[in-house]
Design a protein around this ligand. Structure first.
Ligand code: DQA
Length: 159
């Protein structure tokens, strides 16, 4: 029988990752499918949670259209999560508050995007959050979430 893989954190608990989603990502599947794909956020969540299980990791998804709520959730990760995978959506390009929250909690964070932000309008080329993240994944559609999962597990494992 295949032995299950378990990813444990420093306290020997199961690794828990927060997937945080910003504005308009609740509209995935109906919103510009040519740019963002046909899957809904809940379909992506199901796929990521399944993949996370194979690593023995718990993935928790949250989405908000409000900057302050995202900031509060980042603050609340302390002691609750081992890392964050963040698609801050449009706030990627504007939110110093989200950047400061990531910086403040000192939890590893991987920035992700469905679309390739470098290949789009110039105002999307700059991320104010990237510098406080371990790295950025952009342009692989819903697979960016799977890559984000693998990247955050790797970053946490290096600590
Ligand atoms: C996005 C890219 C952002 O520029 C945009 O505002 C989004 C989604 C992406 O996943 O491709 O809402 O973060």
């Amino acid at each position: 029988m295949k032995k299950a893989t378990l990813s444990l954190n420093l306290n020997n608990n199961l690794m828990k990752i927060l997937f945080l989603n910003g504005p308009n990502l609740n509209l995935l599947s109906e919103r510009e499918p040519q740019v963002y794909g046909n899957k809904s956020l809940s379909q992506i969540e199901t796929e990521v949670r399944e993949r996370a299980k194979t690593f023995g990791v718990e993935a928790v998804f949250r989405q908000s259209n409000q900057e302050g709520e995202l900031v509060t959730w980042i603050q609340e990760t302390k002691g609750q999560f081992d890392g964050i995978v963040l698609n801050a959506a449009a706030y990627t390009h504007t939110s110093i508050a989200i950047r400061d929250a990531i910086s403040a909690v000192k939890l590893p964070c991987v920035e992700i995007h469905l679309s390739n932000i470098q290949a789009r309008e110039p105002f999307r080329h700059h991320s104010v959050i990237a510098a406080v993240c371990a790295g950025q994944i952009s342009g692989f559609g819903s697979f960016s979430y799977i890559l984000g999962l693998e990247a955050i597990i790797n970053v946490i494992g290096r600590k």
